[in-house]
Ligand binder design. Structure first.
Ligand code: NAD
Ligand code: MG
Length: 395
């Protein structure tokens, strides 16, 4: 068997590092053609030394010399940078599978470029499908060899329950996305104003990058996932339910019209869904250890509290409205999370500023990338303006 050739957008992040662990553990299955990092140049240099890709991309031109110094003269890896570098990586002719694992809207262009080049894309970067859902759907239509395989654990669960047959999704009664509820599931809502970034960065079940960890604390993550599921599976958002499941053992469920339900269970380790997306349609022997359900004892479920977690409510509103609203929600959320992590706004400001940004926007259909980028830029400016006006209560 010829190994599958893999390019990773965002190889130095939490998902990227896990993907490389899988490649290292299954050298007969996978080989690396290209890697990319934002600004973590030392880590990228280590990865280049370990995997000898043909191509590596960094965000800024000024980091190329530093990377070259770290790698030494003998390195054969071609070094590129910026938007054009990411596009070259995404469409690299030697690559079978592109893992889209950049965080945020920065992943939109390379994800689209990979699909337009007819690649199979393992999609972790949920912000790209949230913001650019209509464009991603169009790219899949125009490029018959292109394919999207979800990496997000909930969407991987649905994909696995459907055996990869996306057309089956329209025969479902419901998709049920499970949610751990994050670190503040049982915290009293009247104490949310004083939540610190250190508290919000402590996820009870998953180890992930900072942005998604804050999104999990506000439950915006689940709102983004409803939008993601709606585009991935071509299902209206009112057929997608969210169910609290604190143990995070069931990663999501599907329900057929006759009331029969299928669930996917697994460890809370992203190497599960990642290895499935990378090896699809094969399965990797021993990718994760078995779960001893007798040790787990019981699985519990509850309805999410939309009043306590207004970001989830905003996500559901955006999923329902569609078009440009999810992009506005996403951009405002990215700005708010960044500012919360810099202690410039309080936890409760996140939902307030996103809501006000969404209210200030007039819904439009999204037809082109440049138009989407203008909407994204407008939402960022608007949210930043609101943050400037906010009296800083935490610093
Ligand atoms: P992370 O912050 O750990 O890593 C992000 C990667 O993107 C890094 O390699 C970083 O260098 C790169 N990057 C950031 N900004 C960039 C830019 N402007 N240009 C080029 N590269 C840039 O994030 P993560 O936790 O690995 O998450 C990646 C994506 O996967 C996110 O969209 C997240 O929502 C999704 N996801 C993550 C997990 C998880 O367990 N971490 C689970 C499900 C979905
Ligand atoms: Mg998820």
């Amino acid at each position: 068997m010829k190994p599958k050739t893999i390019g990773i957008l965002g190889s130095t992040g939490s998902i990227g590092v896990n993907a490389l662990k899988i490649v290292a553990s299954y050298p007969d299955y996978f080989t690396i053609t290209s890697l990319s990092a934002g600004r973590q140049i030392e880590r990228l240099a280590e990865q280049i030394r370990a995997f000898s890709p043909q191509l590596a991309c960094v965000e800024r031109a000024e980091d190329i010399d530093r990377l070259r110094d770290l790698l030494g003269q003998e390195s054969r890896t071609e070094l590129v940078h910026g938007t054009s570098g990411l596009a070259a990586l995404a469409a690299h002719p030697s690559t079978d599978l592109v893992i889209s694992a950049i965080v945020g809207f920065a992943g939109v262009r390379p994800t689209l470029a990979a699909l337009q080049a007819g690649k199979c894309v393992a999609l972790a970067n949920k912000e790209s499908i949230v913001a650019a859902g209509p464009l991603i759907r169009e790219a899949l239509k125009q490029s018959p060899n292109a394919r999207l395989i979800p990496v997000d654990s909930e969407h991987s669960a649905v994909f696995q329950a459907l055996h990869g047959d996306l057309a089956q999704a329209k025969t479902l009664k419901r998709i049920i996305l499970t949610a751990s509820g994050g670190p503040f599931r049982d915290r009293a809502a009247d104490s949310f104003a004083s939540i610190t970034k250190e508290e919000a960065l402590k996820h009870p079940n998953w180890s992930m990058g900072a942005k998604i960890t804050i999104d999990s604390a506000t439950m915006m993550n689940k709102g983004l996932e409803v939008i993601e599921a709606s585009y991935l599976f071509s299902v209206p958002s009112d057929q997608i339910a969210v169910l609290l499941h604190p143990e995070s053992i069931i990663h999501s469920m599907i329900e057929y019209r006759d009331g029969s339900m299928l669930a996917q269970l697994g460890q809370t380790d992203m190497r599960g869904p990642l290895s499935y997306a990378m090896a699809y349609p094969a399965r990797l022997d021993g990718a994760l250890p078995s779960i001893d359900l007798s040790q787990v004892g019981k699985l519990t479920f509850a309805e999410p509290d939309l009043k306590k977690f207004p970001c989830l409510a905003l996500g559901l509103t955006a999923a329902q409205a569609g078009h440009s609203i999810p992009a506005v929600l996403n951009a405002a959320n990215e700005v708010c999370v960044e500012n919360f992590l810099e202690n410039r706004i309080a936890f409760n400001d996140i939902a307030r500023i996103i809501a006000q940004t969404m209210e200030a926007h007039t819904l439009t259909a999204v037809a082109e990338l440049e138009q989407l980028c203008a909407i994204d830029a407008w939402a960022r400016r608007t949210a930043r303006g609101m943050i400037e006006e906010t009296t800083c209560r935490v610093c």
